[in-house]
Design a protein. Structure first.
Ligand code: FAD
Ligand code: NAD
Length: 480
């Protein structure tokens, strides 16, 4: 082993959380190293974590390709556009996705160089005394010591014991982003974010998609009205979502192109079977802590296997922090971004802070689903008095002009103070609109503030304006 190298900050993991922490720490003048073990499809080191390699960005690339294809068959005729023999070339579509991934993972390497973050490519293990031993891809080992160490190891897919990933027929997100052709029949276990997004991709391209969800309610994390509208639209699109479906066994049969998976599950009607060509297991992710911590570090894991941290992402061990998917809170890239920046700033003596109450959620289906803040159900459970205003996109000029009338905006405000407590959206491009709610809530604004802000006409954002006015029964474009 070579001589120990010392840094102000050593980050383990160069995903969204880790690379934000590393770059911000370096910007603040701290001598910073960042270690990542991941390899790209080409077998070369690829920075950027799950998000850039096999998560947010590649899934959105395929969602966009498949949306264009779907719209040709389902939207263009309304505009008077017709065409003959539309075809999808999966290799080109996946190749486009791979180029985007390469561009962005390479971009992180460039940003590290530009900010003087020293990158190490290999697997890091934290030892007592803030020492990190790195097993590099060439087999050599280096030892780093950080005044501060930030653990940003991310998460891995949860595997079900009766549906082990085989990289071919039974896959997680990694496999489902790389199918070489459109499967005739695809089953998905889990109607969560990945199941809905990747199920939508292959449905739009022509697969028969069945989603098996163990819980009796669809998308219970979202506002109930939003989930209801989304479920109705997904059904119209042909996504077969079966609720209360508990999978108990899978069996792979046949060989080569004839390989198929027999899925056994039970629901209210009893035991059922389903035969498919591909099975995507998307039942959640767990913190990737295997091999990360030597026995003597003092860093604790909680009952869910996540690294235990306080509200400021400190582990309780001097100079050791943890951020992103490997700690509590939603597994979202932008939550990791904010924690990474906050921890780097705290290390530099600045007042780093994350407001966990204003983290937006987006599900990139069609319609898109987006929200920030509390749902009505949560407020009821907490006994908080609230009032609601909602407005349908069907009454928004821009939405109708775009032939995208589905969905609505819903503003929830405190019954007495009028302070905005939540914004819930379902409709076209609402991923871009949700930030109006984030901003209002960050600045502790009221529904009246939103109602008095001038919104450009015609835009989709007018739904939020009218919804805010509807909170006090003064929406202009609908009966109150
Ligand atoms: P990760 O991105 O998982 O990065 C951790 C990195 O650390 C990895 O590169 C790993 O190789 C490395 N590592 C781990 N342990 C070690 C070690 N011991 N030594 C060296 N390196 C190590 N979130 C959104 O906000 N929006 C989306 O649209 C979205 N879409 C998604 C789609 C899919 C299909 C998936 C799977 C996830 C999606 N997510 C999305 C979630 C998002 O990808 C994660 O929340 C985010 O990547 C977490 O960032 P992170 O930095 O904590 O961890
Ligand atoms: P998820 O938690 O969103 O959904 C998992 C679903 O599987 C849940 O509905 C759960 O009830 C169900 N489930 C669990 N065990 C089951 C079983 N045995 N049988 C049937 N159903 C079962 O998890 P995910 O979809 O795997 O995504 C993982 C994480 O990645 C999410 O928490 C999310 O934070 C993140 N992600 C975010 C985005 C985005 O922001 N657009 C996109 C993809 C992933």
């Amino acid at each position: 082993m070579s001589e120990q190298q010392t840094f102000d900050v050593v980050v383990i993991g160069a995903g969204p959380a880790g690379y934000h922490a590393a770059i911000r720490a370096a910007q603040l003048g701290l001598k910073t190293a960042c270690i990542d073990a991941a390899l790209g499809k080409d077998g070369k080191p690829a920075l950027g974590g799950t998000c850039l390699r096999v998560g947010c960005i590649p899934s959105k690339a395929l969602l966009d390709s498949s949306r264009q294809y779907w719209n040709m068959g389902h939207l263009f005729d309304q505009h008077g556009i017709s065409f003959k023999d539309a075809k999808i070339d999966v290799a080109t579509m996946v190749g486009r996705k791979d180029k985007i991934v390469k561009q962005f993972t390479g971009g992180i390497e460039m940003l590290f160089k530009a900010n003087k973050v020293k990158a190490f490519f290999g697997f890091g293990t934290l030892h007592n005394g803030n020492v990190v031993k790195v097993k590099q891809h060439d087999g050599s080992e280096v030892e780093l010591k950080g005044t501060n160490v930030i653990l940003a190891a991310g998460s891995d897919s949860i595997e079900l014991p009766f549906a082990k990933f085989d990289g071919d027929c039974i896959v997680d997100n990694v496999g489902a982003l790389d199918f070489t052709e459109v499967p005739n029949r695809l089953a998905v276990i889990g109607a969560g974010v990945i199941g809905l997004e990747l199920g939508s991709v292959w449905k739009r391209l022509g697969a028969e998609v069945t989603i098996l969800e163990a819980l009796p309610d669809f998308l219970a994390v979202a506002d109930a009205e939003v989930s209801k509208t989304a479920a109705r639209e997904f059904k119209k699109q042909g996504l077969d979502i079966r609720l209360g479906a508990k999978v108990s066994a899978t069996e792979t049969k046949g060989k080569g192109k004839k390989k198929e998976v027999l899925v056994t599950y039970s629901d209210a009607k009893g035991e059922q079977t389903l035969t498919v060509d591909k099975l995507l297991v998307a039942v959640g992710r767990r913190a990737a802590t295997k091999g990360l911590l030597a026995d003597d570090t003092g860093v604790k894991l909680n009952e869910r296997g996540q690294i235990e941290v306080d509200a400021h992402c400190h582990t309780g061990v001097d100079g050791v922090w943890a951020i992103g998917d490997c700690v509590r809170g939603p597994m979202l890239a932008h939550k990791g971004f904010e924690e990474g920046i906050a921890v780097a700033e705290l290390i530099a003596g600045l007042p780093g802070h994350v407001n966990f109450d204003t983290i937006p959620w987006v599900i990139y289906t069609e319609p898109e689903i987006a929200w920030v803040g509390k749902t009505e159900q949560q407020l009821k459970d907490e006994g908080v008095p609230y009032k609601v205003g909602s407005f349908p996109f069907a009454a928004v000029g821009r939405a109708v002009a775009m032939a995208e009338p589905v969905g609505f905006a819903k503003v929830i405000a405190h019954a007495e103070s009028d302070r905005v407590l939540g914004l819930h959206l379902v409709g076209a491009n609402v991923s871009e609109l949700v930030h109006e709610g984030v901003l209002t809530m960050e600045f502790k604004g009221s529904a009246d503030d939103l109602a008095r802000i001038c919104h450009a006409h015609p835009t989709m954002s007018e739904a939020i304006h009218d919804a805010a006015m509807a909170v006090d029964k003064r929406a202009i474009h609908k009966a109150n």
